[in-house]
Design a protein around this ligand. Structure first.
Ligand SMILES: N[C@@H](CCC(=O)N[C@@H](CS)C(=O)NCC(=O)O)C(=O)O
Ligand SMILES: [Zn+2]
Ligand SMILES: [Zn+2]
Length: 188
């Protein structure tokens, strides 16, 4: 049986719609769901295989995007949120009861500060930007995936038109490197 990558990927990728206005993310609790309202579409949506991003149960990848912090608000049951790892770069705010990650925020000096990290499969609305590439693909091995299966995983992404990387995509890696070079004074 083919491995399950992510519910937004396995059955083909549905392109987002133009001028999509955003929508609501909800956790998986049966009642008193944590609700986060996003007032725009997301950017740089992508699959992530790393061990820290939230993956739906039974799937190998997360689908994670960024959105300006000012477009993110917690609109219900925010008292159920806690920060998973206060020492991580991305402070992942998860529901204490069901474990779903509602949003990740960067507070320290960082190239992506000002952008929150969110998972659009937590929304019922259709039209979110579709995943653009797959990041941290080799990281699934660290979580116990058999390395012999990696050709199949990368092949499945490629067959859907998604490029695969073992870190972020080149433009995002360049943005991180530019930020580091400016910080150290190597670039003006
Ligand atoms: N191989 C590592 C990679 C972790 C990693 O670097 N994740 C990236 C993509 S989400 C990141 O930016 N992490 C910062 C953070 O999680 O705070 C793992 O799987 O845990
Ligand atoms: Zn919950
Ligand atoms: Zn990740």
């Amino acid at each position: 049986m083919a491995p399950s990558l992510h519910p937004l990927i396995d059955n083909g990728i549905t392109k987002g719609t133009k001028n999509f206005p955003g929508g609501k993310l909800r956790c998986h609790c049966p009642s008193n769901k944590v609700e986060v309202t996003l007032s725009s579409n997301v950017l740089h949506n992508h699959a992530c295989g790393c061990s820290q991003c939230y993956k739906p149960r039974g799937y190998l990848f997360a689908v994670i995007a960024v959105i300006p912090v000012s477009n993110v608000s917690v609109t219900a049951n925010g008292d159920k949120l806690h920060i998973l790892d206060p020492n991580a770069t991305i402070l992942r705010h998860a529901c204490k009861e069901c474990g779903v990650h509602l949003y990740g925020r960067i507070e320290k000096d960082h190239a992506f500060k000002g952008l929150d990290f969110v998972h659009v499969e937590l929304s019922d609305e259709k039209g979110w930007q579709e995943p653009q590439f797959a990041a941290f693909v080799s990281s699934i091995i660290e979580q116990g995936f058999d390395p012999k299966g990696m050709d199949e995983i990368r092949g499945k992404f490629h067959s859907l038109g998604l490029e695969t990387y073992d870190a972020l995509s080149p433009p995002l890696m360049d943005a991180l490197a530019t930020f580091a070079a400016k910080k150290s004074g190597k670039l003006q």
